[in-house]
Write a protein that binds this ligand. Sequence first.
Ligand code: ADP
Ligand code: MG
Length: 242
Amino acid sequence: MLGVERLTTRYGSITAIREVSLRVGAGEVVGLIGPNGAGKTTLLATVAGLLDPAAGRVELDGREVTGASPDRMLRRGVALVPERRRLFADLTVQENLLVAGITATGGERRERLGEVVELFPVLGQKWGAQAGYLSGGEAQQLAIARALMSNPRLILMDEPTLGLAPVLVDVVFELIGRLREQGRTLLVVEQNARRLLRAADRAYVLRTGSIVAEGAGDELLARPGLFEAYVGVGAGGEVPGA
Ligand SMILES: Nc1ncnc2c1ncn2[C@@H]1O[C@H](COP(=O)(O)OP(=O)(O)O)[C@@H](O)[C@H]1O
Ligand SMILES: [Mg+2]
């Protein structure tokens, strides 16, 4: 479904990702792990159309979409759940969802609001509350729910469990499992590297802007020295700051 070929993205003179290539097949859950500053967010943001690459290609279903706007990527079925949420703090839960569903028709929006409330009952309870007053876990659920409002085929998730209490980390991983059962395709960045490797079909390890390892989740888990060498301390499943 998604093909990334030799993608390079820079911030001025800083090269954040260098000639990164990866593939995500339809229905796969693919993990992306690596230490802070490795370029994970940059890679997702470039695929989602938020950053323009300096070189390389992004393909969706075999068609080139390099440099397409975020809006166009959304219409083509690619939604990003950004790092640290990014909600409209002054808008209510319902308004945040409606804004996110802007590409859908009225009927579709109503249908998706229903689906989202079924998936995240807590959002139904907080329907009229301003997003700025939600707890961390509620806000994360709203961020994921916003992505679902466009009925994406490919969901890019950037550290969805960051700062969440362990019980909510479980909720997010359960949700990843349910989205996979719905046949959605996911590319997920996670601090909980071991946990993500157990949940993912395959994963890539990014370090200082380059892919240094790839393989099936269980194969990477079994690879001696991988965590110490590339992922760093904190990859064992504990959430720093949670
Ligand atoms: N807006 C920015 N301006 C300049 N440098 C940036 C910016 N965002 C990220 N970087 C740099 O790009 C590199 C990759 O960052 P990032 O993609 O956020 O990594 P990760 O998500 O893996 O922690 C880092 O060296 C970071 O300092
Ligand atoms: Mg990041």
